[in-house]
Design a protein around this ligand. Structure first.
Ligand code: KIV
Length: 280
C-alpha cells in the first residue's frame, strides 16, 4: 500500500478475527476532532450513549435519543478513515421487539455510516441479536453492568460476584450463540471476565473487567481527565485535560480583566502590511 492510499475501514469481522491474536483497542468518541485523534490508534471507535452524561450533562444514559446518537455518529464518521465505527442503540430503541430493533439499527447505520451497533442485554436480548444479524446488522453485545438498566440493577454496581456469576456467564454464551461479533463486559470481576473470555468464541471487550479480555474500552473523556464529575475505579487517567482547560480559562479571564489580552500581536493595524518583493 502506498503511503497515501486510504486504508479500508475495519469491519466487525476484522474485530472478530482478533480473538486470540491481537488485543483490541477501543475508545468512545462523540466528535469529529476526537475521532481523528483515535483513527490511527483504535481498532474500533464506539459512539457510546455515554455521550448523554459526558457531553450533555444528563445524570444517566436513559435520556439519550436516536437523534442525539445520529448527530454524534455523523460527527464521528467524519473523523474516521480506518477504524470501525460502532454506535450504541439508545434506551427504548430496541427492547420492545426485534422489528423495532431492526428499524432503529438500520436507521442508525444508514444515517451515520456505522459498521455495527451495540446493545445492552444478555439472554433476554439473544432473540433480537439473532434477528438483526440474520438481516445484515453486526451486533456488539454489552453485558455485566448495563447502564441503561441502572434502575433495575439498583445502581452502577459490580455484576457477577458470587451466585450472580452464572447469570453473567449465561448472558455471554447467549449473545455469542445469537451471533454477536463481540461482547463488552462492564464491571465484572476479573476471574469471571477471564472465564468468559476463555469460554466464548467471540472477543470480549473489557471495561472494569480484566487485562485478560480480548480488548479494552474506556470512555475518552474519562481517560483524558476531561470528565471530572466522578472517577470510577476502573478508569485510568492518561491526562488531566480538565485541569488544564480550567487553568487556561482562568488565565484568559485574568488577562482580559487586566487588559493584557489581546496583545499587540493579536490585533490588526489600520493598513495592510506591505507585501515583500515578489519572487522572480
Ligand atoms: O456508552 C458507552 O460509553 C459504553 C462504554 C462504557 C462501553 O457503552
Amino acid at each position: 500500500m502506498s503511503a497515501t492510499a486510504k486504508k479500508t475501514a475495519s469491519s466487525a469481522e476484522d474485530i472478530r478475527a482478533c480473538k486470540g491474536k491481537t488485543p483490541i483497542v477501543s475508545l468512545t468518541a462523540y466528535t469529529t476532532p476526537m475521532a481523528r485523534f483515535m483513527d490511527a490508534h483504535c481498532d474500533f471507535v464506539l459512539v457510546g450513549d455515554s455521550v448523554g452524561m459526558v457531553l450533555h450533562g444528563l445524570t444517566s444514559t436513559l435520556g439519550v435519543t436516536m437523534d442525539m446518537m445520529i448527530m454524534h455518529g455523523q460527527a464521528v464518521a467524519r473523523g474516521l478513515q480506518s477504524a470501525l465505527m460502532v454506535i450504541d442503540m439508545p434506551f427504548g430503541s430496541y427492547e420492545e421487539t426485534p422489528q423495532q430493533a431492526f428499524r432503529n439499527a438500520a436507521r442508525l447505520m444508514a444515517e451515520t455510516g456505522a459498521g455495527a451497533v451495540k446493545l445492552e442485554g444478555g439472554v433476554e436480548m439473544a432473540e433480537t441479536i439473532r434477528f438483526l444479524v440474520a438481516r445484515g446488522i453486526p451486533v456488539m453485545a454489552h453485558i455485566g453492568l448495563t447502564p441503561q438498566s441502572v434502575n433495575t440493577l439498583g445502581g452502577y454496581k459490580v455484576q457477577g460476584r458470587d451466585e450472580q456469576a452464572d447469570k453473567v456467564l449465561a448472558d455471554a454464551r447467549a449473545v455469542a450463540d445469537a451471533g454477536a461479533f463481540s461482547v463488552v463486559l462492564e464491571k465484572v470481576p476479573q476471574k469471571l471476565a477471564d472465564q468468559i473470555t476463555a469460554d466464548v468464541a467471540i472477543p470480549t471487550i473489557g471495561i472494569g473487567a480484566s487485562a485478560g479480555c480480548d480488548g479494552q474500552i474506556l470512555v475518552v473523556d474519562d481517560m483524558l481527565g476531561f470528565f471530572t464529575a466522578f472517577k470510577a475505579k476502573f478508569v485510568k487517567r492518561y491526562a488531566q485535560l480538565g485541569d488544564d482547560a480550567e487553568a487556561a480559562i482562568a488565565a484568559y479571564a485574568a488577562e482580559v480583566r487586566a487588559r493584557e489580552f489581546p496583545a499587540p500581536e493579536h490585533v490588526f493595524a489600520d493598513q495592510a502590511p506591505k507585501k515583500s518583493a515578489q519572487k522572480k
